[in-house]
Design a protein around this ligand. Sequence first.
Ligand SMILES: *Cc1c(COP(=O)(O)O)cnc(C)c1O
Length: 297
Amino acid sequence: MNPLVTPFCRIDPLEMIKDLPVRIDVLRLDLVDPIVSGNKWFKLKYYLDEAVVSGKTLLTFGGAYSNHIVATAAAAKMAGLKSIGIIRGERAPQLSPTLLQAQELGMRFFFQSRNDYREKILPDALLHEKHDLYSIPEGGYGTLGVRGASDILGQAQTEKYTHIISAVGTGTTLAGLAIAATPDQQVIGISVLKNNFSLNAEVDQWLPEDKKNAVTIIHDYHFGGYAKRTVELLQFMNDFYRQTAIPADFVYTGKAFFATMDLARKQFFKPGSRILLLHTGGLQGNRSLPKGTLIFG
Ligand SMILES: *Cc1c(COP(=O)(O)O)cnc(C)c1O
């Protein structure tokens, strides 16, 4: 049985923006499960349904600090399936905390050079083992991922919001949100990659015609690119935690939260707007920071 059943999603109001003429609430997807955190839970669930029926070994892909890798390892364990991770880059002498955790959850790893990884070449050592594999694309990208993400908004009272905002990597989550949004809602994605302008078409391919106008992707808050950071971003995350007790990560949610606050201050949103900001979970990236960088951990 697929253990990823409907979680309860809490909404926290942000009190810190009282001086602004908009209201921002945070949808706490980070609380759905301590390990299969956030949007990865939703993106995985329909893949897991299929995998459970097939009884095959789960195969997926990610980096050494990937939220998706650890989420897949945990989901596989809950479902009683074996899991294998193809990890980008050479094996480091010391496994990252993320990989150690995934390993404890039963995942086995094969490390691929960045080139082979990009080309999605499976290692010979894995092919020789002749597993029956059920492959989940990196990050849960794909139709089943979009379908899972389209269940997010239904887990809480979300119709009253004028804007839905999320961090964007592959765009899978954003597409699911747009599909589920009401015709009046604007869905805004904060791209965490630098100048990844193909995202707009990438997201549009999943959407019916009447939803394509509902989506805006903003490319101004990547802080240097994927998994890049600045002192300003880290300071913001600490301040945000001090004021709200909500932890963010510097790869995804930190950038989305920063962007939302900045846009609100710059009057991007009409007065009276009600904004639902997604906490998409996944704090794994923070484990790559030097100790003491963040006041939460
Ligand atoms: C993976 C991830 C995202 C990006 O989701 P996509 O569907 O790939 O756009 C956003 N936030 C967090 C915390 C993530 O782990």
